[in-house]
Every structure is written in structure tokens, then in C-alpha cells.
Design a binder for this molecule. Structure first.
Ligand SMILES: Nc1nc2c(c(=O)[nH]1)N[C@H]1C(S)=C(S)[C@@H](COP(=O)(O)O)O[C@H]1N2
Ligand SMILES: [Mo]
Length: 224
């Protein structure tokens, strides 16, 4: 029988002494391994910003377009979130800590009552990912800090989304716009073979055929 679990058991993960953490076993989704490092993954270049020009745009079905400056965002209620993160390339990282504005607090503070059930998160550089509204009304955070320090440019400074219960490609770095939609539309990875809903505990990695991503691909990426 084809068994992903069997193959993973025998897998070597160079440089990741933290791969086995028995006390955290119940928090590790199927097919994942823990890492203590912080891999850096994205398409395209790390963007550079003039913060005097930077804005976050909210638009789409059921709301008048709104534009927030960074200063305005920083004045909103701030929340620190501690969570595990899970990348589809099979690394998971436990107890990461993010600070920023909860998505639901943003809606509340801006008086946005749109019931549009789907959102498209627009990000640099030419990245977008779709997330249902219901997945953003819990812990999801628009984060500007990691472990109490401003995000590094490579990890999404000045602002990234963190949706802890979905695979990490939904947590767009360098976000610039949030679009409310009456119907679902697919984002970048969702159009390119990744699963639309992306629940790591249901192992919703791919939408059709498995993509040929080597199981240790992430080990060879850039890290912090
Ligand atoms: N703007 C943007 N955000 C992105 C990506 C991207 O290519 N562009 N990649 C996603 C993927 S696949 C992952 S795993 C995480 C990685 O975040 P990290 O580099 O901080 O670990 O960012 C996500 N957010
Ligand atoms: Mo990813």
C-alpha cells in the first residue's frame, strides 16, 4: 500500500535536530516535521517600501473602499498570538509568536459589516490567496511583529497575514489589499495545484494530482 507516513518515518531531515518532539506529537499534522529554524519561502523578490506611501486597501462587495496608512493600523487594538505554523512543503514550527491587529478587530474598528463570504488577500510581489471570511474571524492576525520584534523584510515586513489553522501559503506576506467577494475565486497557489481550503490536519495539500514536491525540499531553502 502507498504510505506517505511510512516514507516520512524513514526520512532524514538534515539540520533539524528538532524533528521529533514527542510532547508535541498531537499538534503535528500528518506528513509534517517540526523545525526550530524559520524557513523563508516566497515567489519573486522581497519588496521594498517607502512607508510614507504604504497603504492597505479594503474594497469589494458590500463596502465603500477604505485605505489605511501604517500609522492608522498601528493605532488599532493590538493582539499577540502564539500558534504553530504548517507549510505545505512539510515543515511545521511550534509556538511562533506574532503581534498585530486581529482581522475581526479591524472589521469592528472600521465598522465594516460586509457579509461577503470570501476574501482575496492581495500581496506583493504579484501574490494573492483566497480565504473564506469564516476562517479569518477567529485568531487570524494582520501581523507586523514576530517574537516582539518588527518582522524582517523576508518574513513579510511591514504587514503579513497569519492564519494559524491553514497551511502557511494562506498567510500572505507583504499584504496590500483585502478584497471582499460574493463568490470564491482562486489565488496564486490555489490556481497552481494547491488545495482551495488548505486544512493541514485533513492534509488538504493539493487540489488534484500530488505535485512533485520532494519531501525534503524545504530543508534546502533559506532560513533564519
Ligand atoms: N506575498 C507572498 N506571501 C507569501 C508567499 C509568497 O510567495 N508571496 N509564500 C507563502 C508560503 S508558500 C509560505 S510557506 C509562507 C512562508 O512564510 P515565511 O517565509 O515567513 O516562512 O509565506 C506565504 N506567503
Ligand atoms: Mo509554503
Amino acid at each position: 500500500m502507498h504510505s506517505k507516513a511510512e516514507r516520512l518515518k524513514g526520512m532524514k531531515t538534515p539540520g533539524t535536530a528538532a524533528a521529533v518532539k514527542p510532547e508535541l506529537a498531537h499538534r503535528l499534522p500528518p506528513g509534517q516535521v517540526w523545525t526550530d529554524r524559520f524557513p523563508i519561502l516566497h515567489e519573486g523578490e522581497v519588496p521594498q517600501y517607502d512607508m510614507a506611501e504604504w497603504t492597505l486597501r479594503l474594497f469589494g462587495a458590500g463596502l465603500e473602499e477604505r485605505t489605511l496608512t501604517y500609522a492608522e493600523l498601528m493605532k488599532l487594538p493590538q493582539t499577540t498570538l502564539r500558534c504553530d505554523i504548517h507549510c505545505v512543503t512539510r515543515w511545521s514550527k511550534a509556538d511562533t509568536q506574532w503581534t498585530g491587529v486581529r482581522f475581526r478587530d479591524l472589521l469592528e474598528e472600521l465598522g465594516i459589516r460586509s457579509k461577503a463570504p470570501y476574501l482575496m488577500i492581495h500581496a506583493d510581489t504579484d501574490y494573492e490567496t483566497n480565504v473564506p471570511l469564516k476562517d479569518l474571524l477567529g485568531d487570524a492576525l494582520l501581523a507586523h511583529s514576530y517574537n516582539g520584534e518588527p518582522l524582517t523584510p523576508k518574513h513579510g515586513w511591514p504587514l503579513r497575514l497569519v492564519v494559524p489553522h491553514l497551511y502557511f501559503w494562506k498567510s500572505a506576506k507583504w499584504i496590500r489589499g483585502i478584497e471582499f467577494m460574493t463568490e470564491d475565486r482562486t489565488g496564486f497557489w490555489e490556481r497552481n495545484g494547491f488545495h482551495n481550503t488548505a486544512d493541514p490536519f485533513r492534509e488538504e495539500r493539493f487540489s488534484g494530482e500530488e505535485l512533485p514536491i520532494p519531501e525534503d525540499e524545504w530543508v534546502h531553502k533559506d532560513y533564519d
